[in-house]
Design a protein around this ligand. Structure first.
Ligand code: AMP
Length: 265
């Protein structure tokens, strides 16, 4: 890790401390559970208090305000990544170190990822490692319409889910070189999109990037029986609103939810 990369990580911690004190950071408190579904272990977090992210989104719909355009909140702003991108802290994180990689321009969320997106993401991955994802469209689980990638500390990636016998949803998996340059990420992305025949502007989809692979999952449904999922679901991690939804998730089974919310193979 270079000095510059160390600096990014330090900056995230500093801003987290500041944003906690100022109240700009409003962490989402959750209780952690596990579900074993046919030998695959899923992590489920149940929101413990009010779902501030959704109330804030509803408020935003009324005012038409875009939180990903300047002026950024001082304590949530992490870094100027490039001429085209900035890094912000997620205001309502489940895991504190949740970085948003946001375009400076007002671009729509359901669009093609570009070499500039991967250049910005690469800088952050070098500095922080972690698991990157993209929710391409509201059907794929995005709540903010302004283009953003996300980076979180590594979750439980259940790579076995991408095995057709296990997951049962359509997906394309591209192995990544170590280290993966921005160009290598972009090439892997275009190949994966091509293989599952996803047109980024038309077809909702999730993109998942861990240390070893880039995966594209086409999406057909935003939620199944009230249980919502974004790219994290395909990495083995669900976030639900209450105990009732946790029960429904147990009853239906996480693997079936992934299968029905994705495109059949
Ligand atoms: P997604 O829901 O996948 O579109 O990701 C957008 C993320 O932005 C969510 O996880 C929200 O918690 C987060 N978010 C919402 N409003 C703000 C804000 N004002 N500042 C920073 N992050 C926000």
């Amino acid at each position: 890790m270079s000095r510059e990369d160390d600096w990014l990580w330090e900056r995230v911690r500093t801003q987290l401390r500041r944003a906690r004190v100022s109240g700009d950071l409003q962490p989402t408190a959750t209780a952690a559970h596990e579900i074993d579904d046919g030998g695959v272990r899923f992590h489920v977090r149940v929101i413990a208090g009010p779902d501030r992210k959704w109330s804030s989104r509803r408020e935003q719909e009324k005012t038409g305000e875009d939180p990903f355009l300047p002026p950024y909140s001082d304590d949530l702003f992490v870094a100027d990544l490039s001429d085209t991108h900035v890094a912000l802290l997620n205001k309502f994180p489940v895991l504190d170190e949740h970085l948003l990689i946001v375009t400076r321009a007002d671009e729509p969320q359901q669009s093609w990822l570009t070499p500039a997106d991967f250049a910005a993401l690469s800088g952050c991955r070098r500095g922080m490692g972690g698991f990157a994802f993209y929710n391409g469209g509201s059907t794929a689980g995005s709540s903010q319409p302004h283009k953003h990638l996300q980076l979180v500390p590594m979750p439980v990636t259940t790579a076995s889910l991408f095995d057709p016998e296990v997951g049962g949803f359509a997906c394309a998996v591209e192995p990544l070189p170590h280290p993966a340059s921005p160009e290598a990420l972009h090439t892997a992305y275009r190949e994966a999109m091509d293989r599952v025949q996803v047109d980024a502007e038309r077809d909702p989809h999730n993109v998942l990037i861990d240390a070893d692979r880039l995966v594209v999952v086409p999406r057909v449904r935003h939620s199944i029986d009230g249980v919502f999922l974004n790219a994290m679901g395909y990495a083995g991690s669900f976030l639900v609103r209450n105990a009732e939804q946790l029960e429904r998730l147990r009853e239906i089974g996480p693997r079936r939810i992934l299968r029905e919310a994705g495109r059949p193979r």
